[in-house]
Design a protein around this ligand. Sequence first.
Ligand SMILES: C[S@@+](CC[C@H](N)C(=O)[O-])C[C@H]1O[C@@H](n2cnc3c(N)ncnc32)[C@H](O)[C@@H]1O
Length: 241
Amino acid sequence: MPEPRTFRDEPVSFVRRSGRMSEAQERAFAELSAQYLIDVPRDVAWTSVHPDARLDPAERYGRAAALIVEVGSGQGHAIVAAASARPDTDFLAVEVFRAGLARTMLDADRAGVRNLRLVEANAPEVLSSFLPEAAADEAWVFFPDPWHKKRHTKRRLVRPGFGRIAGHALRDGGLLRLATDWEDYALQMREVLDAEPEFVRAFDGEWAERFDGRVMTAFERKGIAKGRDIRDLVYRRVDRG
Ligand SMILES: C[S@@+](CC[C@H](N)C(=O)[O-])C[C@H]1O[C@@H](n2cnc3c(N)ncnc32)[C@H](O)[C@@H]1O
């Protein structure tokens, strides 16, 4: 299947990295996928989701519980720590970087985490159709690729229309939590989400407090080391009425 370049005629927010996986990662992928990785029916591209495919969370987790989705979960540090700390809540990691998914499964397995599943797919397709409407209690977007060059900003995940995409997956009153170390992207997130009819701000003042449910990942640490401010934002899904 081809590498994806667009979704609904807009550029996707990632370039697939071809980096080889280590032997341990290859093994983790082979051995742990049955436990953690959700099989996704594809459409036009390798990371796509067939528009008719639907996840049944109760079936996948073997219970009905609150669901938190992290898009662009990278190596999985934040979501594995959160899933370990909150066994009563179910977690879904969405990522296109296969070595990151392998690392996430290895760490989850070592920590004995059972309330976590992974999806290898383009996040907007997972949020807007693979997850049933209103299935998620929270959606997390932590340190998304900044695409900081002017000619690339159109590839950012949080751009006009993201409200409809994330708003589909979140229940009424559900929370969208975001963090970035790129000031310009933080401003774009706030401008975009302030204008989206599906969301209202859930913080006072300029920015939200740092979300204390997020462990520090390498991306946050690097931003701090470079002297950048870390910006947190949190938005609430408005009632569908
Ligand atoms: C800068 S990293 C941050 C990872 C992690 N959130 C952290 O804080 O360590 C962004 C991640 O988002 C993933 N990503 C970007 N666009 C994506 C998309 N459309 N669907 C799924 N994952 C995506 C990338 O592969 C990358 O691993």
